[in-house]
Ligand binder design. Structure first.
Ligand code: ZN
Length: 236
């Protein structure tokens, strides 16, 4: 990627540092900055108005180890695979392809049996989890809402990776289907969190008090999600 400096000189930073890097020229930045674009899996360099080629190149070179470490830490996106073990709503299940199974997908003796063409294996596992998520999370949500004397209009299962759930002013609750892969206490916390938003739209102390009343262990759930969000969100 080419950088044009204020002096009008242009140079190709990738040639200097020998790995892919994106550059953002910033009028407001005062210092050189570096971050990782997790989606594109590349480092992004912010170059301020007054900066020389030498400064930019030296800065990136000095951060090479940091870049490498952070790129390695990025979660790899992965589809469900045969033989893999997952936690589904608190049950440890091994995924198994079973071509001639009558029902599409079913749970049996610690296995999640998946019928049909192998090409569609991952998609069928995901669709099954989404379908179950709809039923299970709806039930958990209306039970918790009843305790607050509130009503849930709809529960919608989404594919958002940026958030685990949300609650609209129309009393619709959205959940990321991947929450079904978390331990039961975590699913319990997330439903408590979203249901508590039916009563409190903010994250005020009253809101958190309400979450604590609805959840079995809100602190555990919160921490677990913070720590493990990336590993659950790997699934596509
Ligand atoms: Zn919230």
């Amino acid at each position: 990627m080419k950088i044009t400096l204020l002096t009008g000189k242009t140079f190709d930073i990738e040639k200097e540092v020998s790995f892919p890097i994106e550059v953002v020229l910033s009028k407001r930045a005062k210092l050189l900055g570096l971050r990782i674009d997790a989606k594109k899996r590349v480092p992004v360099l912010t170059v301020p108005k007054y900066c020389s080629k030498k400064q930019a190149v030296n800065f990136v070179k000095a951060q090479e180890k940091w870049i490498e470490e952070h790129l390695q830490k990025l979660p790899t996106r992965k589809p469900f695979e045969e033989g893999e073990k997952i936690s589904f709503n608190g049950c440890e299940l091994e995924l198994r392809h079973c071509q001639n199974l009558r029902a599409g997908v079913q749970i049996e003796n610690g296995y999640l049996l998946v019928s049909g063409e192998k090409t569609f294996f991952a998609r069928r596992v995901r669709d099954f989890i989404k379908e179950q998520a709809q039923k299970i999370l709806y039930q958990m949500s209306i039970e918790k809402a009843a305790k607050l004397q509130c009503k849930v209009k709809r529960v919608i299962i989404k594919d958002t990776k940026s958030r685990w759930g949300s609650c609209s002013s129309l009393n619709n609750i959205n959940y990321n289907w991947r929450i079904m892969l978390a331990p039961p206490l975590v699913i319990d916390y997330l439903t408590a969190h979203e249901v508590a938003h039916l009563k409190h739209q903010d994250h005020s102390p009253e809101f958190w008090k309400c979450v604590d009343e609805l959840a079995k262990d809100a602190a555990y759930g919160r921490q677990w999600l913070k720590k493990n969000a990336e590993s659950l969100n790997r699934y596509i």
